[in-house]
Design a protein around this ligand. Structure first.
Ligand SMILES: Nc1ncnc2c1ncn2[C@@H]1O[C@H](COP(=O)(O)OP(=O)(O)O)[C@@H](O)[C@H]1O
Ligand SMILES: [Mg+2]
Length: 365
């Protein structure tokens, strides 16, 4: 039985990115945090083939916590035509959508465009903020333009690289060692490698090109990894800071260090920072959120060098909500429990939809 008085919140998860499994783990926790007195969950899983399938909430809640063991359940197909879906499709009525999708085709503005066309309010950044935040090349260029420090980097495009691999890589020696190679559009460290020997660079770049047409090669920064959670509209609130302490043989916060090896990394909550450094980090996170056109939520990842300089590494517009994820933990530490956090995010989505509905669509007086 569906409760018509409650807001029907579609949780959209899974998806066709390399972070499919992580998204399922995140969705499970968002579902668990959904206040049952206000919301009715409509879990929709996107399988690897891109099919939208209605999921059973109880089974999702019982699912494993290990990314190697979770999968999208078989279920009634849900039309991606969200306008039609509201009119009696398998998902029934949808009042607001919470995309819990990481990576391409979820965090990059594509699905947000679909929500816009369907006129359904949704949580998090809009089309532009999502697309910008997903692309490490475009976001770093915007940050640099705003005077926000980022690691030195070069962007390689597949065609130019394939036409002349050696000639493309030669100038990168100026970036020093170690180097980090990464797909411009990815996440969860998928496709990222730390290169400590020049002879390994070409293989690392080729590896990253398996995941995207555009690859970044960055100067490796020796720094602490500090993360902050941002919530809200404008101005946004910023949480206390957390730190990722990597203890993995990969020597950086790799996919294995994140999700596979339980002792691969430790979260320091809160990060041990002076009040002044915390304040600087919070201001930088809020500025980054503004510059990158974000909305609702984001996690901003910083590097803190031994000299005390802060650099922005990246922004995640749909941060992880897994059991080990920083975003919900940082808010909990800042006094906002997961259930209140999820309610706030949904309220922000509804407020934005109301604001936008009030905009004039015509030049007529
Ligand atoms: N320029 C860099 N200097 C030092 N470490 C880096 C650099 N770029 C990435 N890393 C390491 O690689 C990890 C993943 O890279 P990141 O750019 O955050 O990609 P993702 O979006 O996949 O998380 C970081 O958490 C960090 O440990
Ligand atoms: Mg990262």
């Amino acid at each position: 039985m569906t409760d018509t008085a409650k807001l029907h919140v579609a949780l959209l998860f899974g998806g066709q990115s390399a972070e499919h499994e992580i998204s399922i783990l995140s969705a499970r926790n968002v579902l668990a945090a959904l206040d049952p007195s206000r919301f009715e969950a409509v879990p929709i899983g996107i399988d690897r083939a891109g099919r939208w399938l209605l999921q059973d909430a109880a089974r999702l809640l019982e699912s494993a916590r290990d990314p190697r063991q979770v999968r999208i359940q078989d279920g009634p197909p849900v039309s991606r035509d969200l306008l039609a879906a509201g009119a009696g499709g398998a998902a029934g009525r949808i009042d607001v959508i919470f995309p819990v999708l990481h990576g391409t085709m979820g965090e990059d503005g594509t699905v947000q465009g679909l929500f816009e066309l369907a006129g359904i309010p949704y949580v998090g950044a809009g089309v532009l903020g999502s697309a910008v935040g997903m692309d490490k090349d475009v976001s770093k260029r915007l940050l640099r333009e705003a005077g926000i420090p980022v690691a030195d980097f070069r962007t390689l495009r597949r065609e130019a690289f394939e036409a002349d691999p050696a000639g493309t890589l030669a100038p990168l020696a100026a970036l020093g060692l170690p180097l980090f190679t990464k797909p411009a559009n990815a996440g969860s460290s998928v496709g990222v490698r730390k290169v400590t020997r020049p002879s390994d660079l070409e293989a690392a770049v080729r590896h990253a090109f398996q995941f995207d047409e555009k690859v970044l090669v960055e100067t490796g920064v020796t720094a602490r990894e500090i993360e902050l959670a941002v919530l809200g509209g404008h101005p946004a609130s910023v949480s206390v800071a957390g730190e990722i302490v990597v203890q993995h043989p990969d020597g950086f916060y790799s996919y294995d260090a994140k999700y596979i090896d339980e002792s691969g990394a430790r979260l320091e909550l809160p990060a041990s920072l002076s009040a002044a450094t915390l304040a600087r980090a919070q201001a930088l996170a809020a500025h980054t959120f503004e510059v990158l056109e974000c909305d609702g939520m984001a996690r901003v990842d910083l590097f803190l060098t031994p000299e005390g300089n802060l650099l922005v590494n990246e922004i995640n517009t749909i941060p992880g909500f897994t059991a080990i994820s920083m975003y919900p933990k940082l808010w909990e530490l800042s006094g906002l429990a997961p259930s209140a956090l999820v309610s706030r995010l949904i309220d922000l989505a509804l407020e934005r939809a109301r604001r936008r509905a009030a905009l004039r669509r015509s030049a007529a007086p």
